[in-house]
Design a binder for this molecule. Structure first.
Ligand code: ATP
Ligand code: MG
Length: 359
């Protein structure tokens, strides 16, 4: 989305940093003669409230935690690729007559009100990517525009630079997932797949056609909603509910079936939000055939979720595998943890795959 390379051209080696509501994730991907290798993956929990719905409430704690994570990883000195998601980012597809990039950049700024929910583009960072010729009118081209308020971008840049690091690229979660998908999966030009990410208080949907995003939507619901449901149902604290949700009850005499049903009940609004978005996509894009849905994000690990979505949407649904073609370094990453890492690491790996100067 934003390339800070001109400002900081010294750092050529990049490392992905996914800043989330519940944890920070760091992924270092190396390019080797036998392909990409995930050299390092680390996660560091964040205290609740430091970030909510993508907004940084406590920049000081965030910056201390980022510093700690990089210190633990041994990745210091590399450029950071981070991402934004949620309401702060606007991703919009638009059609323009054919023109050069520089001209298009000015046009988007001057006519922003037509495409973006911003009146004054002085406060907005934006970028775009030309997807290709319009299907119906070859004199026109389809363009995807990404925009975020400058103060939002700056708050992330500040947290990273205050940790003594250099930001090289600011991406968005949806595009990071697309990068990760392209590096791992084979697809035909007309194949449509949907990548769904369900986090703690943010989730997103990215519809990809032949390796390009054609529709994205972010919404502010995720695993925290389920945790609150467990909290209410069993009269425990949020922290206890979180543990019960992920690990089950500590005492085996308690009813695990009841818990499973509670979790799936509270996952219901998340599933229907996903369904609504996909219905909307289908109705605006002419009922295009969706080949598969891939789930990612911590909340996608809930058992039964993929089956539930598959049934309601009538599309094969499975957990994403960001290490389908990417290897990993068994000296740095414990093979026993690899399965549980996969859905959680998807965004960080997508960020770690970015290279300076790519688009
Ligand atoms: N095994 C599991 N079963 C159910 N939920 C899980 C499991 N593992 C993790 N989660 C949930 O996943 C969520 C965290 O996912 P993730 O790390 O993708 O989000 P985040 O990046 O921290 O947050 P966000 O993207 O919303 O800012 C939490 O709500 C957590 O409870
Ligand atoms: Mg996240």
């Amino acid at each position: 989305m934003l390339d800070f390379n001109d400002l900081f051209s010294k750092t050529k080696k990049l490392v992905g940093l996914d800043i989330g509501a519940t944890s920070l994730k760091l992924a270092e991907v190396l390019t080797t003669s036998s392909g990409y290798v995930l050299n390092r993956f680390l996660q560091l929990p964040l205290p609740k409230g430091v970030i909510t719905e993508g907004v940084i409430n406590d920049p000081k704690t965030l910056s201390i935690k980022i510093k700690e994570l990089f210190w633990n990883s041994g990745c210091r000195g590399k450029g950071v690729v981070a991402s934004l998601s949620g309401n702060s980012v606007v991703i919009k597809k638009a059609t323009f007559v054919q023109m050069e990039d520089a001209e298009l950049r000015d046009l988007i700024r001057d006519e922003a009100g037509k495409y973006l929910p911003f009146d004054n583009m002085d406060d907005v960072n934006y970028d775009f990517q030309v997807l290709g010729d319009n299907e119906y009118n070859p004199n026109q081209m389809d363009v995807i525009i990404v925009a975020a308020k400058k103060d939002m971008v700056d708050s992330y840049v500040d947290a990273i630079t205050s940790a003594g690091l250099t930001i090289s690229i600011m991406d968005v979660d949806s595009f990071a997932l697309e990068t990760m998908y392209e590096a791992n999966y084979e697809y035909e030009d007309n194949d449509i797949v949907v990548i769904v990410r369900i986090g703690a208080d943010l989730s997103n949907i990215n519809v990809i056609k032949g390796g390009m995003s054609i529709f994205t939507r972010d919404f502010t619901i995720g695993g925290n909603y389920i945790t609150e449901g467990v909290q209410e149902k069993y009269g425990v604290t949020f922290e206890e509910a979180e543990q019960i949700k992920v690990q089950g009850f500590p005492e085996s005499d308690q009813d695990d079936l009841d818990l499973r049903n509670t979790i799936l009940d509270y996952a219901e609004p998340i599933c229907s939000e996903i369904e609504r978005s996909i219905d909307y996509f289908r109705s605006t894009f002419g009922s295009e055939y969706i080949k598969r849905i891939y789930l990612s994000g911590g909340t996608s690990r809930i058992s039964g979720l993929a089956a539930n979505l598959s049934q309601r949407l009538n599309v094969d649904t499975e957990l994403i595998n960001p290490l389908l073609k990417i290897g990993y370094n068994k000296r740095n990453i414990n093979p026993k943890t690899i399965e549980s890492i996969k859905p959680i690491a998807a965004v960080a790996i997508g960020l770690g795959l970015r290279k300076i100067g790519d688009k």
